[in-house]
Write a protein that binds this ligand. Structure first.
Ligand SMILES: NC(=O)c1ccc[n+]([C@@H]2O[C@H](COP(=O)([O-])OP(=O)(O)OC[C@H]3O[C@@H](n4cnc5c(N)ncnc54)[C@H](OP(=O)(O)O)[C@@H]3O)[C@@H](O)[C@H]2O)c1
Length: 364
């Protein structure tokens, strides 16, 4: 059987390694893709350093942009040669830190055929979108219970359009898509926390109020505008986000926290510590619903399984309702070097309002 290189984590905090894995033929509704570009996410670090839900040697990955090479017999929508992007994570055969993957077509969208998404730059842009977009949409609908329309009819207004919805960590990739999706759906009172250098961009994306999360008076300032009943914590840090949010919300509020809850973040000196226990991670006021988001469960919703990646995501992208996260290109002479450089950059926290993107397959 032919093989190809994949990037794997073998031991917690150890160097990444290359493993030769079988190159599979697509079955049923799968397509075989050459992975051209991928975007690193904090989950790569949680997995490499914390071995969070990892069975080694495990291939890493999440969001990809690549080219369709062959089709399973039941594929209906995609064609050989299509440029596609999507979030694939469920098994080693799908995870995109490897040169070829086989992925069902409902986890993939076509890259828009516009000038903005042409060529290499277009693929890099597209690679940044899927996992964060899916996280944003799924968190809002499934955990916060905020309506998002699909399809969106002319004149649609969400039933809770005037609620103050707080996105903590809005300059993160998932946070920025959350702000943009809320704006697109018609929500009027979107609150965002981020470093001040991102405030203007977040206002443009749709935030009505912006706050510096490092300001000691941030909780007080947010409460000056009134009650907050819906919060998406796009950071999940006990000290950096969950604790201040617990001081904002009162009985009746819903808080969705992107898991894992980080007790200690990975660093060059120390191993990380995580928990999945959102309710026990801080003292919540009685009557607050605090939930841990798992994007990986989004396929349980039939509409999401069928349309979220193939249809909703590229439509919003093409319409300009969502914009790709800024990209920082990670260089390296080999696949392993690029993977390790990306991981080291994540560990050093050299990421602010951007995604690390790097090549998987060598340039064609
Ligand atoms: N459970 C799930 O399904 C799921 C899905 C997606 C993501 N996640 C998790 O969610 C977290 C964020 O992921 P991401 O990819 O969106 O992150 P990211 O884009 O890498 O986030 C980087 C941003 O975080 C911001 N930030 C750091 N600490 C902050 C704090 N205390 N308060 C507010 N903002 C802060 C920084 O903001 P400034 O530059 O403005 O300072 C920076 O722009 C990660 O832990 C990830 O694993 C979980």
């Amino acid at each position: 059987m032919p093989t190809h290189p994949a990037v794997v984590t073998v031991t917690p905090r150890g160097k990444l390694e290359i493993l030769e894995v079988p190159t599979l033929t697509p079955k049923e509704n799968q397509v075989k893709i050459r992975v051209d570009w991928i975007a690193s996410t904090p989950l790569n670090l949680h997995q490499a350093d914390g071995h969070l839900l990892v069975t080694p040697p495990q291939i890493l990955g999440g969001g990809l942009a690549g080219t369709v090479l062959s089709l399973g017999p039941d594929v209906k929508r995609l064609r050989v040669g299509d440029r596609v992007f999507g979030f694939a994570w469920r098994s080693n055969e799908e995870k995109p830190h490897q040169v070829y993957v086989v992925v069902p077509e409902n986890l993939l969208a076509r890259v828009p055929e516009t000038e903005e998404y042409a060529g290499e730059q277009g693929m890099r842009r597209a690679a940044t979108v899927s996992d964060s977009f899916v996280t944003a949409w799924h968190s809002l609908v499934t955990y916060l219970g905020l309506e998002l329309p699909w399809p969106k009819r002319e004149g649609y207004e969400p039933p809770k359009r005037d609620e103050r919805v707080l996105v903590w960590g809005a300059s993160s990739s998932s946070g920025s898509y959350t702000v943009q999706v809320l704006k697109w759906a018609g929500y009027k009172n979107i609150l965002a926390t981020a470093s001040p250098k991102h405030h203007a961009a977040l206002k443009e994306m749709g935030a009505a109020e912006v706050y510096d999360y490092r300001d000691p008076a941030v909780v007080e300032n947010i409460l000056k505008g009134g009650e907050v009943r819906y919060v998406l914590d796009s950071i999940g840090s006990v000290d950096g986000s969950v604790t201040p949010i617990s001081k904002i919300v009162r009985r009746g509020a819903i808080v969705a926290v992107l898991l894992p809850v980080i007790i200690k973040d990975a660093s060059e000196e120390e191993a990380p510590i995580y928990t999945f226990d959102v309710t026990g991670s801080v003292n919540w006021e009685e009557g607050v619903t605090a939930l841990g988001v798992r994007t990986h469960s989004y396929l349980d919703n039939e509409l999401h399984a069928e349309k979220l990646q193939p249809e909703i995501m590229p439509t919003l992208l093409q319409e300009g309702a969502i914009r790709p996260t800024n990209q920082k290109i990670i260089e390296g002479n080999t696949l392993l070097e690029r993977a390790q450089n990306a991981l080291d950059t994540l560990r050093r926290k050299e990421v602010s309002g951007e995604r690390l993107v790097w090549r998987i397959a060598e340039a064609q």
